[in-house]
Design a binder for this molecule. Sequence first.
Ligand code: DAH
Length: 346
Amino acid sequence: MRDKIGEIERIAIEEIALASDADMLEKARVKYLGRKGLITELFKNMGSVSPGEKGEIGQLINSLKNTATKAFDEKARGLLGGRGTGAGKIDVTLPGIVHDVGHLHPISKTIEEISGVFISLGFKVVEGPEIENEHYNFEALNIPLEHPSRDAFDTFYLADKWLLRSHTSPVQARFMEKNKPPFAIVIPGKVYRPDATDASHSFMFHQVEGLVVGDNIRFSDLKGALTLFARQIFGEKTKMRFRPSFFPFTEPSAEVDISCILCSGKELRDAENAVHKCSLCGGKGWIEILGAGMVNPKVFKNVGYDPEKVTGFAFGMGVERIAILKYGIPDIRMFFENDIRFLRQF
Ligand code: DAH
């Protein structure tokens, strides 16, 4: 039996080596490893081996089977790797395997688009920490202790005086403390608020903040920059509206609307010619997109600037809101569910 095993191994290896194409190799494989192959037959003959030798002979046949299988596989790979067009050869004219190429998340893309408009105006991009303290998130920005945004319902508090920043405005104060005017910066990043999640609320979202400080910066500069921004993002025909508002860190402050991108303020009529309300603006004709204003002199004092010498404007917008409007997305949660069918569309 041992001799037989050795002999089969010798001729099998020789035959594999001699096989010059896939057909020959397959015939040899069937001859040795097929259902009625020589090696398979050896297993069937185990019955005639004496009980004392069974273990050792069994191991020898197993090892022969492994050696032969490996030799066949290696040879097959060698034959396939060869050039030419014969059976079993690789057809190099077949299209290759197309791999998925990743791309930016729609929120990252929107941040880049928004920042891009301001970069083209000479702004620099600056970032700041997501874990903030009360000083930068509130006090430096003239937000008093009794302000509702300082309530635990509106801000995630951590240990001591630390919190998850509820807006990107604290980076204004951090930047001004370390830099001298003139400068123009945009600050993109994540912010956190303990809101219950629904179609338009998320406990984490993104903002882009803007700050320009220098000599004789005027409200008209703010209007010019924001009008250019809105036209680049929502189209050349976009109209702007600045409504008086209040923020502790700007004076005067404004809420900024764009003309509705769905109805442009015009009456909408259905197939029966009946008037119906625009689903986006509710018939108002305007959509709010951001808050802005002239930097409050108290904020300049807090960071060590002389409010008699410098002026500036600031603005802050929600990135998800801009993306929802621009791309017509019905639910903010879609940004964070990681559904490839949604993300692929951007
Ligand atoms: N920080 C404000 C918010 O989160 C947004 C904002 C409004 C930022 C006016 C500003 C500004 O810089 O001037 O609601």
